[in-house]
Design a protein around this ligand. Structure first.
Ligand code: G3I
Length: 352
């Protein structure tokens, strides 16, 4: 009798244990993504198992950029994107395309040819976007059509871009028009950094969006990259997201990191104020991840919540350390691929 009683108590506890496994994608009402480098990723079974468990949106960190897609004229390279698509499809994940036009991912041969023959650039853009987006029509859910079209700070269009240099600011709308034509159902984003804290830059983005809407240029969403520092006030993030949401467009937190040390947006531009991650810092970061999830949920209307994507989900592989040449711990999993308090903070932020 005693044995039966014990089993009656134990069985629900065991199944409760299974139910309580903290899975981000299951608890979230919007897609949760991370940037991935597919080749090393597929060789790392632990990474794959975490990714499958917690994420339902897939963004490639580099593989889908122009410099990897078209290394020479007319030489498209689809192999890696096909591998990514296969993985996303098999695992029932949304595939997000990052990105079509970005000054920084434009191959050298394109820049050189455009300088020799400026008229060629627009026809190249048209055929590149139509070929690429057309090939993955109905398979890539949304695209960062133009990435970082504005200067790092302030309200001007980025001048150090072959696209701007030759086509002027109209390159942005042309890219959106070509993308819409190639896949009328894909969700088209303008994506940029610091717009959650630089109100001049945000206002320039919103001005462009309003102008596009008025003139019937297709645009569906704004990507807030959100490479943010721990000391960026929540009030600013709340204010800027609220303002952007008023456009009615989809809002994607597209490249989230919560960074401790100081970085100035240039390669090697890091100041390493923190050399070690303390318990207090872990808790502070957990709170900030909680706040971020809460702000997104409360400020962005449900039908505009495109999702939250991390720019890498573990401190071992984060781009922050090599790029800014400093130590840091911006992710929700640690160097050993274990969950950090940041994971729990974010999870709780999604739940409540
Ligand atoms: O794949 C090669 C590898 O074979 C080689 O051994 C290694 C040697 O340096 O380079 C590897 O390629 C690197 C690639 O990342 C994969 O890690 C490239 O050199 C490097 O330039 C490339 O950097 C990426 C960068 O964009 C430029 O495309 C970063 O990983 C990626 O995190 C970063 O992402 C950008 C977003 O697209 C836009 N927003 C900012 C964000 C961070 O800079």
């Amino acid at each position: 009798m005693k044995k039966i009683l014990f089993l009656i108590i134990l069985i629900p506890l065991v199944s409760l244990g299974q139910v309580k496994e903290k899975t981000l994608k299951d608890i979230s009402t919007f897609p949760i993504g991370s940037s991935i480098r597919i080749t090393p990723f597929l060789k790392d079974s632990k990474l794959v198992s975490i990714q499958k468990k917690h994420f339902n949106s897939f963004t490639s960190g580099s593989d889908m950029k122009m410099y990897n897609i078209i290394k020479a004229e007319n030489e498209y390279n689809w192999e890696v994107v096909d591998t990514i698509l296969k993985y996303a499809t098999q695992n029932n994940q949304r595939l997000f395309g990052h990105n079509l036009i970005w000054h920084s991912s434009t191959p050298k041969w394109v820049v050189e040819k455009a300088r020799e023959n400026p008229k060629w650039l627009q026809s190249f853009m048209k055929s590149y976007i139509e070929t690429y987006v057309g090939r993955y029509k109905g398979k890539v859910h949304g695209w960062d059509v133009v990435n970082e079209g504005l200067e790092s700070a302030g309200s001007s269009f980025r001048k150090e871009s072959i696209w701007f240099e030759i086509m002027g600011k109209s390159y942005i709308e042309k890219a959106f028009i070509y993308a819409r034509k190639a896949d009328p159902d894909a969700i088209l984003f303008y994506n940029d950094f610091n717009i959650e804290r630089d109100t001049l830059k945000l206002n320039a983005t919103l001005k462009m969006v309003e102008d596009f809407k008025k003139r019937g240029i297709p645009i569906d969403g704004i990507g807030f990259q959100m490479h943010i520092r721990m000391d960026i006030p929540n009030e600013i993030i709340e204010f800027t997201l609220k303002k952007a949401a008023k456009t009615g467009l989809q809002i994607h937190l597209s490249e989230v990191d919560l960074i401790f040390n100081t970085h100035d947006d240039t390669r090697g531009g890091g100041i390493e104020k923190y050399k070690f991650l303390t318990e207090k810092m872990k808790q502070d970061q957990a709170k900030k991840y909680y706040d971020l999830a809460q702000i997104y949920k409360s400020v962005v209307p449900k039908n505009q919540q495109y999702g939250i994507t991390f720019w890498g989900f573990n401190d071992r592989d984060t781009w922050i350390k090599p790029f800014f040449d400093m130590e840091d711990w911006p992710c929700i999993f640690d160097n050993k691929l274990n969950k950090k308090p940041a994971f729990d903070g974010f999870y709780e932020g999604l739940v409540e």
